[in-house]
Design a protein around this ligand. Structure first.
Ligand SMILES: [Zn+2]
Length: 241
């Protein structure tokens, strides 16, 4: 277990890579973390896939984005000619990047940047997947605050966009798979999980630390129809279908 301030590193691999946890083939330019004897992990499994990439170049922006981000990671790529890892940029939280941009950029540049980023994101996400996934979240977690199903779907569907076919996506709509996506969202948005990772906690320790909070929210969000309800006339408890 490590509690140092050492930064999390993400490597852009230069050969065919497979995630050691989910088993997914990641191709030859995959973004991965190296988790000791557990080997390469994709960013989804490493719980870093909600972060945005800020390419190196703008020193002030990078410094501020890192400062505002509870969790960040350095992105490195092996240079064959120079025989060393070279820094490509930083992965940071979306809100940290936005705040840094607001501090560093003029209004016009800011608008232009946001417009471009939004366009890229829309291209990456497959609308059909997104709508279906959001609807499924709403169905299973009726108590989730308005709009959150969309956020959860966007995060979950980025993972699937361009990489899986219909049948694989159908699996992503399994109750258990959707629950995992909602759980991942809650970890990042409602708990200290990211802070713990940044402090050097192992993923499993960090997950254990926030488990109770997550369980409480999940229970609150869960569709009332999936909880036992008391039926009017007979007074029997039963599970509605
Ligand atoms: Zn994985």
């Amino acid at each position: 277990m490590q509690r140092g301030k050492e930064e999390i590193k993400v490597f852009i691999s230069s050969r065919e890579t497979r995630c050691n946890e989910c088993g997914e083939e990641l191709g030859s330019k995959a973004w991965i973390t190296l988790a000791g004897d557990r080997g390469a992990l994709c960013l989804s499994c490493a719980d870093l896939d909600h972060l945005l990439f800020l390419p190196s170049g703008n020193v002030a922006l990078t410094r501020r984005a890192r400062k505002h981000s509870r969790l960040s990671a350095i992105v490195l790529k092996w240079s064959r000619s120079r025989k060393r890892y070279e820094r490509q940029g930083l992965l940071v939280e979306a809100q940290a990047l936005e705040k840094a941009e607001e501090e560093c950029l003029g209004d016009e540049d800011l608008r232009e940047l946001r417009r471009k980023r939004e366009a890229t994101r829309r291209e990456e996400l497959d609308r059909r997947y997104l709508d279906q996934f959001a609807a499924r979240v709403r169905e299973l977690f009726a108590g989730c605050p308005a709009g959150r199903e969309r956020e959860i779907a966007e995060h979950a569907c980025l993972k699937y966009s361009g990489r899986v076919g219909r049948s694989a996506f159908a699996k992503a709509l399994d109750e258990q798979a959707v629950r995992l996506a909602v759980t991942a969202h809650l970890r990042h948005s409602e708990t200290r999980y990211d802070e713990l990772l940044a402090k050097g906690y192992d993923r499993w320790e960090a997950r254990a630390a926030v488990e109770e909070t997550i369980a409480r929210i999940l229970q609150k969000w869960e569709a009332p129809s999936r909880r036992p309800v008391k039926t009017g006339r007979t007074g029997n408890w039963k599970r509605e279908t």
